[in-house]
Design a protein around this ligand. Structure first.
Ligand code: F6P
Length: 542
């Protein structure tokens, strides 16, 4: 057994689980009318009700003891203070500095990083202003009306998700598209809506070497040059966002059009950096700054609130409870607002690329599970698809149900129905429907064969997250909430949440196979028979 699973706090939770099993949530609510007051937190425009979880006061105490044992407060301090906690890449983890809205310095390797951060934000601001005021024009003198952002992973998912979430804040007259897939259809579909004279491409890549992004950038450049016919016009239509300025300039981007960020910003934590430029162009810089403010408010809450009242800490510990002590292997995220449709996809990278690790910080293979499978989609639609499995399936699937309180609008009947569904599902998951209730509902013609099919066991745990409204500030807080949740879980599991070595092998083998597919003199014999057969099949179909 590892130090973690042998530790007193871990062992206490193992015993506690046995002692409280099976916990009847309905009974817990009946016997304790104050449960929701005790098990809820409000911070940065978000209300978290976690009372519908399979926990007691003792469970929380045990989980908090585990967090203390794993030195969560020390690690939190180390992250915010710019220590090199991403040890396998020898990097600090300072995405929180990007949204530091105070006048306090943040030091990395003895240097305050804030002046550079503020300088890039100022450049983003003046660039957005130039585009929006039509001071920045395309090569034929026309104003820019279309932004095409080309990037993948962390250089794509955050801006795309936030762009959708903040649709009502879009600057009039600007259309924004996001392209990521190396499948040419992705870019081609977008280009059909674009006019080369009025389109601005943002090439977003931390490394500026990512195959998918570079090939899409090449194709975009070729499309643009086919109309503009002159390399010199590129400067008005291609900007780059990267931690590799030299790479971007060598690629042909005008030095003045490179918006920089730094290696201490992890890809999946980079929305707050210049990677947010397409978003800022789409919603305006003042809204982008409000996004930073919201994240900062959550950072302050995370940093300064006792662990027991700390929203990211509680969310993380509940996840650990289900994953390590109750056998849940996945976690479902169910936003109810249409504009949050890409949140689950975004959280998949944030969580699974961070915590999908089986080697701990000391280089040992872990003997406990880490990183649950994160999945989900719009709650309203999912109710008519896979909620069946969540309600009556054999697996324990903890869920986060998220709703931004709808504004009064002409669609208010629909919005009330949305809210009703959101609340009803969290109640249904918790209370279920027992056999007596099913029978009573069927009276007087009780069909005994049907009765078991209509029973809902209940006791299905869920967190309900209510946002005051969906605006840049609350969205910033929501994203930061999940970032810190992931960080806390990484600390509990003693893993480095900030590297991603697991994506490298596929990239490496992909390069070899690309050579084989494009150059027939290259041998395919070193591959296994399945890989070889696939290569041959594709080569013959070329
Ligand atoms: O392949 C995974 C990854 O490295 C992610 O971590 C990153 O967000 C993405 O690729 C894109 O990388 P880049 O911004 O360097 O193009």
């Amino acid at each position: 057994m590892s130090t973690l699973t042998e530790s007193p706090a871990w062992q206490a939770l193992v015993s506690h689980k046995q002692a409280i099993h099976p916990l009847d949530l309905r009974a817990e609510f009946r016997s304790d009318p104050g449960r929701v007051e005790r098990f809820s937190i409000e911070a940065a425009g978000i209300f978290l009700d976690y009372s519908k979880n399979l926990i007691t006061n003792e469970t929380l105490k045990g989980l908090l003891a585990l967090a203390t044992q794993q030195q969560l407060e020390v690690w939190r301090q180390r992250m915010f203070e710019g220590e090199v906690i991403n040890t396998t890449e020898q990097r600090a983890v300072l995405h929180t500095a990007l949204r530091n809205r105070s006048d306090q310095p943040v030091y990395y390797a003895g240097q305050d990083v804030m002046p550079d951060i503020r300088a890039v934000l100022a450049r983003m601001k003046s660039f957005c202003h130039a585009v929006h005021s039509h001071e920045w024009r395309g090569y034929t003198g026309q104003p820019i009306d279309t932004i095409v952002s080309i990037g993948i992973g962390g250089s794509y998912l955050g801006p795309k998700m936030a762009h959708s979430a903040l649709k009502p804040f879009t600057v009039p007259g600007i259309g924004t598209y996001f392209v990521s897939n190396v499948d040419a259809d992705d870019l081609q579909d977008v280009l059909q809506n674009c006019n080369p004279e009025t389109t601005l491409f943002v090439i977003a890549s931390k490394t500026f070497t990512t195959q998918e992004t570079m090939l899409n950038a090449d194709a975009a450049k070729a499309w643009f040059l086919a109309s503009s016919c002159d390399q010199k016009h590129l400067a008005k239509h291609f900007v780059a966002v990267s931690a590799n300025r030299e790479g971007a300039v060598a690629y042909g981007i005008d030095n003045a059009c490179v918006f920089e960020f730094w290696d201490w910003v992890g890809g999946r934590y980079s929305l707050w950096s210049a990677i947010g430029l397409p978003l800022a162009l789409s919603i305006g810089m003042s809204h982008f700054e409000q996004l930073l403010e919201g994240a900062y408010a959550m950072d302050q809450h995370f940093m300064n609130t006792p662990l027991a009242d700390n929203m990211p800490v509680i969310l993380a510990l509940l996840g650990v409870w289900y994953h390590n002590f109750c056998g849940a292997s996945s976690h479902v995220v169910l936003p109810y607002n249409q504009h949050l449709q890409f949140l689950p996809e975004y959280l998949q990278q944030q969580d699974m690329e961070s915590n999908g690790k089986s080697i701990d910080r000391d280089g040992h293979t872990v003997d406990y599970t880490t990183g649950p499978v994160i999945w989900g989609s719009l709650g309203s639609n999912a109710q008519h698809a896979y909620y069946q499995l969540i309600h009556q399936g054999t697996q324990l699937i903890p869920s986060d149900l998220i709703l931004a309180i709808p504004s009064e609008s002409e669609h208010s009947e629909q919005q009330v129905a949305l809210a009703a569904n959101f609340i009803a599902q969290s109640e249904a998951l918790m209370r279920g429907k027992n056999i007596d209730e099913v029978r009573r509902e069927m009276e007087p013609d009780i069909d005994e064969a049907l009765v078991p099919h209509k029973v809902f066991a209940g006791n299905r745990p869920s967190n309900t997250l209510l946002l005051d409204t969906l605006n840049p500030k609350t969205l910033g807080a929501l994203i930061a909430l999940y970032e810190h949740k992931v960080f806390v879980q990484g600390v509990i599991w003693n893993i480095n949440s900030f590297d991603q070595w697991g994506v490298e092998l596929g990239k490496q083998l992909g390069k070899t196979i690309l050579k084989t597919l494009t150059d027939t003199s290259n041998s395919h014999h070193s591959h296994d028979s399945s890989t070889k057969a696939l290569i041959l099949r594709l080569m013959n179909k070329k």
